[in-house]
Design a protein around this ligand. Sequence first.
Ligand code: A5P
Length: 229
Amino acid sequence: MGNMNKNQQDTEKRAAALEAVKFVKDGDVVGLGTGSTATFAIKELGQKVTEGLKITAAASSVKTEELARSFGIQIVDIQNLGFIDVSIDGADEFTQTLDLIKGGGGALFREKIIASLSKNSIIITDASKKVEKLGAFTVPIEVIPLAFQYVFDQVTKLGGKSKLRKKDVETFITDNGNYIIDADFGLIDAPQELARSLNQIDGLLAHGLFIGLTSKVIMSSGNEILVFE
Ligand code: A5P
């Protein structure tokens, strides 16, 4: 991608992030996503915290936790949270019906827990993330290492051309100590069905199909903000 494009994309990511942050109120428990788009929201929230906004936050990754702390945002443990008021996260793809693929950054498991706990789950994107059908982006699947071959074979049986994710030459390891399989199902006609089939595989911790978990997508495109809900 050329620099012009990247600058334009960053401008869009930031614009969507600023719009989403407007939904955060004093006293809220806020879910913080992972990735370059979520980072714009975290920075903006940090700025508001220095100006007096009182929030606590649940972080979807170690990276996000470190970033949020560096901006003075107070982090709370997710394990005892009954709900999250509002969460702000990016996505790798989304459709008009608010189905998503997430997990390009490998944080899908915690991101999914945060989305599930959220009363208001906001996704922020630039214009490049909107698709007619999910699946051009491969579906990330987090797998417990012991079950790797089993899960890999089951995913293959479901039609997913699978690859173990690498970081350079090493196997990519998630914050939870697990592996990621990136599965290419082609364009996905029935994402909900596929999600259900994947959910039934033992040893598969989480997959990147987020179905029915999103309250709204705020997409920035050029000078426009579009909201899908
Ligand atoms: C992280 O695991 C992902 O779900 C991210 O939300 C996704 O990869 C979007 O990242 P960018 O905002 O960097 O595109």
